[in-house]
Design a protein around this ligand. Structure first.
Ligand SMILES: [Zn+2]
Length: 308
């Protein structure tokens, strides 16, 4: 099949694929293609309609049919902005996610259209930056934002046409797929897809592998508790929203990351002046090579403000 510049495909089971984002291209997050037998599900639609078009083509080529269902795991632009490419499918999310997309997506696109100077700012920032990890972060972001900006004039809002409350099950001739929400964790409402026969989880941003995970718009405690429940599903393969495909062990790594933050914020709050000097703090050894280091400092600042 044709190779896309936006993602690489990873087969995890017969008819089950992770579309792993190529950083800085306009896909920005991972997606999934699931052939349940007789019907195809797309899990998340990337950050641009252009990337979503390639996802649609890949799904049609792999499954030999059009997509029946599209899932929006949560409201963030990098998971929903390709929706318009799938306007002939049933797009599904929680009601909260749908409401958030309705407000946030038009605002975001307006902001991008009005403020093209921020691309120059990012370019200058990148040139000045001497820290390799920070430079890489800006370079990737610049790529994603450039792709979104270039396509902004042709972008239209396509909202989910069906919402669910707690759980819904897709019954295919080959396998079933369970769509479950765990409420507010990383965003205001997070959903994931579980394939019980294959023991494969599509977790979207509930799982980050090798990169910092933002919890400022969600509920860190509910996220930690939800990971306990997700562990009980006994998955063999875990598809992250950002990073590679992982295993059940990565659930514990993700949980420890969140727990470590709580501890770090508590320790910082016990010392004086750390809030002002927060950027001088070293990222803990276990996470020092994680991508998107700025999220580490924003997360910590957020937790410290909450404690104060
Ligand atoms: Zn997200």
């Amino acid at each position: 099949m044709n190779i896309s510049k936006y993602f690489s495909l990873q087969q995890m089971s017969e008819g089950v694929y992770a579309a792993i984002s190529t950083p800085g291209t306009g896909s920005w997050a991972n997606a999934g293609i699931i052939d349940i037998g007789g019907q195809t599900i797309i899990f998340d639609t990337f950050a641009t309609p252009s990337a979503a078009k390639d996802l649609r083509s890949a799904a049609e080529e792999l499954t030999g049919r059009k997509t029946s269902y599209v899932i929006n795991s949560h409201e963030h632009i990098d998971h929903v902005h390709g929706n318009q490419v799938f306007s002939d499918a049933v797009i599904i999310s929680t009601n909260q996610t749908r409401q958030q997309i309705a407000v946030r997506q038009p605002n975001f696109i307006e902001m991008v259209k009005k403020n093209t100077h921020y691309l120059d700012q990012m370019r200058n920032e990148m040139k000045r930056e001497t820290n390799l990890a920070k430079r890489q972060e800006t370079e990737t972001l610049l790529g994603e934002y450039t792709a979104i900006t270039n396509g902004a004039d042709h972008s239209s809002l396509t909202l989910p046409s069906m919402t669910f409350k707690e759980k819904m099950i897709f019954h295919g001739t080959r396998r079933s797929a369970e769509l479950i929400t765990c409420g507010s964790c990383h965003s205001s409402s997070d959903s994931f897809l579980y394939l019980p026969e294959d023991r494969i989880l599509f977790l979207a941003d509930l799982m980050h592998i090798g990169c910092h995970a933002d919890f400022r718009q969600g509920d860190i405690d509910n996220w930690i508790n939800s990971l306990d429940k997700i562990k009980l599903l006994d998955a063999r393969v875990v598809v992250s929203g950002h990073g590679k495909v992982g295993t059940a062990e990565d659930l514990t790594v993700m949980q420890n990351y969140l727990l470590d933050f709580k501890k770090l914020a508590y320790d910082c709050s016990q010392k004086d002046g750390t809030m002002e000097n927060i950027h001088e703090l070293d990222i803990p050894e276990a996470y020092k090579d994680y991508l998107v280091p700025s999220v580490f400092y924003s997360n910590l600042r957020f937790l410290l403000e909450k404690i104060a």
